[in-house]
Design a protein around this ligand. Structure first.
Ligand code: ACM
Length: 262
């Protein structure tokens, strides 16, 4: 199975231009699974809730979904990307995984980062894996990385590959995910963005270095800090089914939850 990521620099608020850029980057790419960054079509640094609302769309009912559905069909691949999801009065920072037949799964970011707390509602979807081509996938979004329970829960529920759209501004996740991969024996695909966004006295620089880890913590692909890039690698997802780390140590069965803080 082939899995990959797109790392790019979206234009804030110009959804159509961002679709165009991504389509161009993917012209000659073939893969089974592709991860695109968090809030990939809108940009990140929203001025106020009204601006964010104008760029939000219901799950499965807007132009971002239409774009991803067409891309998924054309590439015959599972496509994952982040978007602001409108649900009544609420806006969630969500990821959608779209299959070539147009069906989809939604994950709403559980752990909001910094200013996201002003505009977005904390996610309320379960950490439940879903299946595609016989493999179990889980989704996380960006700052979920600092909560190891997120990966652990997905892995204990059967996820073999964790797909993670990001807009990383801190420089830790790309390295920390090494531990998340080996302690759960899962593949992790992190699609980050590059570039800068500025607003009044706030300036954010996104850290690139999108990365793919194997269950042994090998780096299968790593992008640069500041270039637009696509990477695709071949993986054997069955590797993630083996949770034995020595002949006497099973990473889940050896846990001692009765001694852990809940
Ligand atoms: C982040 O969660 N976008 C840093």
């Amino acid at each position: 199975m082939k899995v990959g990521f797109v790392q790019y620099n979206p234009v804030f608020g110009d959804v159509d231009e961002n679709f165009f850029k991504i389509e161009k980057m993917l012209k000659d790419i073939s893969t089974d699974v592709l991860v695109i960054p968090e809030l990939f079509a809108t940009g990140y640094l929203f001025e106020n809730k009204a601006q964010l609302l104008s760029l939000s769309e219901p799950a499965g009912g807007g132009k971002t979904y239409e774009f991803l559905k067409n891309l998924s069909k054309k590439m015959d691949a599972l496509i994952i990307g982040g978007f602001p999801e409108k649900d009544g009065e609420d806006i969630f920072n969500s990821a959608i995984a779209v299959k070539p037949d147009g069906t989809f799964h939604i994950y709403r970011k559980l752990h909001l980062f910094n200013r996201e707390k002003i505009f977005f509602k904390p996610g309320n979807t379960e950490l439940n894996p879903f299946e595609f081509r016989g493999v179990k996938f889980g989704m996380l979004i960006c700052f979920d990385w600092i909560f190891p329970e997120s990966y652990r829960t997905l892995a204990m529920r059967g996820a073999q590959v964790i797909l993670q759209p990001t807009n990383l501004v801190l420089p830790y996740c790309q390295k920390a995910s090494f531990a998340r991969a080996i302690e759960n024996r899962v593949f992790i695909v992190i699609a980050n963005r590059i570039g800068e966004e500025k607003m009044e006295n706030i300036s954010l620089r996104f850290t690139g270095e999108s990365i793919i880890y194997s269950p042994e913590g090998e780096i299968l692909a790593r992008a640069s800090e500041n270039e637009e890039e696509v990477a695709v690698v071949e993986i054997n997802p069955e590797k993630a089914l083996d949770k034995w780390i020595t002949e006497r140590n099973h990473i889940f069965d050896d846990r001692r939850p009765e001694f852990y803080e809940r």
